[in-house]
Design a protein around this ligand. Structure first.
Ligand code: DQA
Length: 150
């Protein structure tokens, strides 16, 4: 059995659909999960989709990924801009990481334009809404293939 790709979502992403739809779109987190499951299936990748409002829980999941996953797709929400703990965990995981944001963080407040997560990410997809998660899975499929070949 192939290991899954962990798709980890941070704080307030459980509010998708009702939270500032002009910024984050009208799809719920369950809709995003469904997109990921369908896309991952087409790519032949198992996916494990999770959300937490707690920094420590996200760190724990990233630590778990080190042995239980083959890659991490992460939208760390506001922790993107604040959490060295999440960065450290991602670096310790030694796995391909793709960072996702629904909104274009570079068109928003200045404090959103810096990402600690990016320091551990192979690439970043932002501003394309829920579609970004599907694109992240596509990128991850390539990253994982490259790794197994190397
Ligand atoms: C977000 C962008 C972050 O700045 C914000 O704190 C979020 C969501 C996004 O998906 O656009 O919670 O990560």
């Amino acid at each position: 059995m192939a290991k899954p790709i962990f798709v980890l979502n941070g704080p307030n992403l459980n509010m998708l659909g009702t939270r500032e739809p002009a910024v984050y779109g009208s799809e719920t987190l369950d809709d995003v999960r469904a997109r990921c499951v369908t896309r991952a299936k087409a790519l032949g990748l198992p996916v494990d989709f999770r959300q937490s409002n707690l920094e420590g829980e996200l760190v724990g999941w990233i630590q778990e990924a080190r042995t239980k996953a083959q890659g991490i797709i992460v939208n760390a929400g506001a922790y993107t801009h604040t959490s060295i703990a999440i960065l450290d965990a991602l670096q310790a995981a030694e796995l391909p990481v793709v960072e996702v944001h629904l909104s274009n963080i570079f068109r928003r407040d200045e404090f959103r334009q810096h990402s600690f997560v990016s320091l551990a990410a192979a690439g970043v997809i932002c501003g394309l809404g829920a579609k970004g998660y599907e694109l992240a899975l596509e990128a991850m499929a390539d990253l994982v293939k490259r790794r197994t070949k190397a």
